[in-house]
Design a protein around this ligand. Sequence first.
Ligand code: ADP
Length: 217
Amino acid sequence: MPPPAELQTGIQADEKRLRQILLNLLSNAIKFTEKGQVIFKIETLTKSASQRIRFQIEDTGIGIPSEKLEEIFLPFHQIGEQRVYEQGTGLGLAISRQLVNLMGRELQVKSIVGQGSVFWFEIDLIKVDIPLPTHLGLSKTETTPKPLKIPPKKELEALLEAAQLQTLTSIRACAKKIKALDTQFIPFISKIEQYLEKYQFEKLIEFIEFYLKGQSH
Ligand code: ADP
């Protein structure tokens, strides 16, 4: 099926984690559905510098009783027929929920026993390409390159100081302030967030210094 026209051909995402979440939800949907269908939907919700996308996996499978809807997200919790859940570890949903949380969102579910389940989450993905210094080992996207909008020197200096002190709260506070200045800085801040997620402080410092050098005011 061709992708919806409004979707970008290139997005910037944590590919490994996104893949892990989607594979887990899709394989559960297939595993717990004997007849009917599994539908994977991707929908664009907003269009701006970042793009909010909803990923949704629907099935017409066995469903989950409402009183178990929280339990299934706990590690090693499996419900239903042993024959079916023996194929799994009971960890998939616990991990997926945590990964979605790390992206700042919630993994949601609705289900009706005997009719099926819907799992979905929304995340903000950056749709502009960012020309990055290649030595920082950042992945390339396939969109047309656009120059990265760099925050003012004063803000970069504050960000650098916080990064050097490795204080997550101050780095996040600076990032938030920069985002509030202008939405065009969102792609820049999203790179900062990627380094933070992996606690790559050295690369973060190198990244900020790289752009600080290029700032004349
Ligand atoms: P597992 O390895 O058992 O699939 P998960 O953490 O992915 O572990 O899922 C936990 C439990 O949640 C499953 O064992 C199953 O009982 C229930 N579950 C998950 N997805 C579905 C679904 N699409 N339909 C029905 N039940 C599901």
